[in-house]
Design a binder for this molecule. Structure first.
Ligand code: NCD
Length: 305
């Protein structure tokens, strides 16, 4: 049984299949309205979420399936001390596929090791977020018509931002991709991403602190929120939270066809004035998240034939 725990569990060909299917779904939604009739998706969310959980649920409902689950650890038996493995074993009896978000790195992998139904990692701590990556890849594909030959600026909390880690892993497999990593010194990309992904694959990258200097070179600017919940110390969060605020002035020397992305939620890192800039694609990106999750659910359940 297939699972999706790490973005590179999917080969480049698998990603291609899923993105193409998402494209077909967007072009003819009624044709997919009953593909998952009788199937159930369990959303096990031990950590808050708006887009990811609701887009998973909307995706399954739109495919004709049903949903069950919980949206905080407090409303699950985790409060009584039940292990992830036991919860997963039970949910397997009630559902056909699981999407799990958890503050601990590796929790969805533990679940996947104990059940025979597909498990999707919907975000595990500061580690990975493979379905956000599929959302990001669909957004890039739909708005730029390519996944190769791009300079991607990643800005903000590159240390704890799981969406950034997963996007780098996935995009490093396409030709001529270059990364510009923009962060304060304390929130730089973890060494394991630098060593095991970027250096190991000879991917060009640079690390900078100022976004203005690198702006003209970027094809994509991927903004991220400083991940307050992963800080040990509130004072550090407060000091770093407004390190970057993207506004009209900062975009003055950006490319005309730049794509401004953000996994959302945004806090302060993109000024509202940017929302109306035609280069801002972050709300569209959230919409693509539902379609790509529809395609993923179909693919994992073997219903894409
Ligand atoms: C992201 C996450 O949960 O990692 N949100 C999302 O799923 N769209 C980004 C974030 O919370 O900052």
């Amino acid at each position: 049984m297939k699972d999706l725990i790490d973005p590179i569990d999917l080969s480049v060909e698998d990603v291609d299949t899923i993105l193409k299917l998402a494209g077909k779904i967007m072009a003819d939604r009624p044709a997919y309205a009953h593909v998952c009739d009788g199937k159930k998706l369990a959303t096990l969310f031990y950590e808050p979420s708006t887009r990811t959980r609701l887009s998973f649920e909307a995706a399954m409902l739109e495919l004709g399936g049903s949903i069950l689950g919980f949206h905080s650890a407090d409303s699950s038996s985790a409060t009584k001390g039940e292990s992830i493995a036991d919860t997963a074993r039970i949910v397997e009896k009630y559902a056909d596929i699981i999407a799990m978000r958890h503050p601990k790195e590796g929790a969805p992998l533990v679940a996947a090791m104990h059940v025979d139904i597909p498990v999707i990692n919907a975000g595990d701590g500061g580690h990975n977020h493979p379905t956000q990556t599929l959302t990001d890849l669909l957004t890039i594909h739909e708005t730029m018509h390519r996944l190769d030959n791009v300079t991607v600026g990643l800005c903000g909390d590159l240390k704890f931002g799981r969406t950034v880690h997963s996007l780098i892993k996935a995009m490093s497999r396409y030709e001529n991709v270059r990364f510009v990593l923009i962060s304060p010194d304390e929130l730089r990309i973890p060494d394991y991403i630098k060593e095991e992904v970027l250096l190991a694959n000879n991917i060009p990258f640079e690390e900078v602190e100022q976004m203005e200097d690198v702006m003209p070179s970027l094809d994509i600017l991927y903004m991220t929120r400083v991940q307050r919940e992963r800080f040990f110390n509130e004072a550090d969060y407060i000091r770093l939270k407004d390190s970057y605020i993207l506004d009209h002035t900062k975009l003055l020397n950006a490319k005309e066809d730049l794509k401004i992305m953000h996994p959302l939620p945004r806090v302060n890192e993109i000024a509202k004035e940017v929302d109306n800039d035609p280069r801002a694609v972050y709300f569209k990106q959230a919409e693509y998240g539902k379609f790509v999750r529809m395609a993923l659910i179909m693919w994992l359940l073997g219903l894409d034939k």
